[in-house]
Design a protein. Sequence first.
Length: 103
Amino acid sequence: MPPTPLTEADLEAALGRLPGWTVKEGELTASYRADRARVPAFYAAVATAEDEADHHARITVLYGTVDLALTTHSAGGAITEKDTALAARISALAATHHAEPTD
């Protein structure tokens, strides 16, 4: 059974626990800025977390900025608990790697 899309209320509650994350064009998104030398280790940690969760973000790396976007393909591209759980993990990794939310 595919994951269930979050309701508006569930999504709003989740966003309250995910500083720096927002919904843009139907995706759960965040941007982090870090010293360029720290970006590869941050990206590698995110990739490991994605593999462990069997859930992957669309990631764009440009200089010292890492942009992330999450949706659940098996839920028709909706935002689900899989996305908010991975966003929380990424937020924790960002703090560990001295990456700050840009928003």
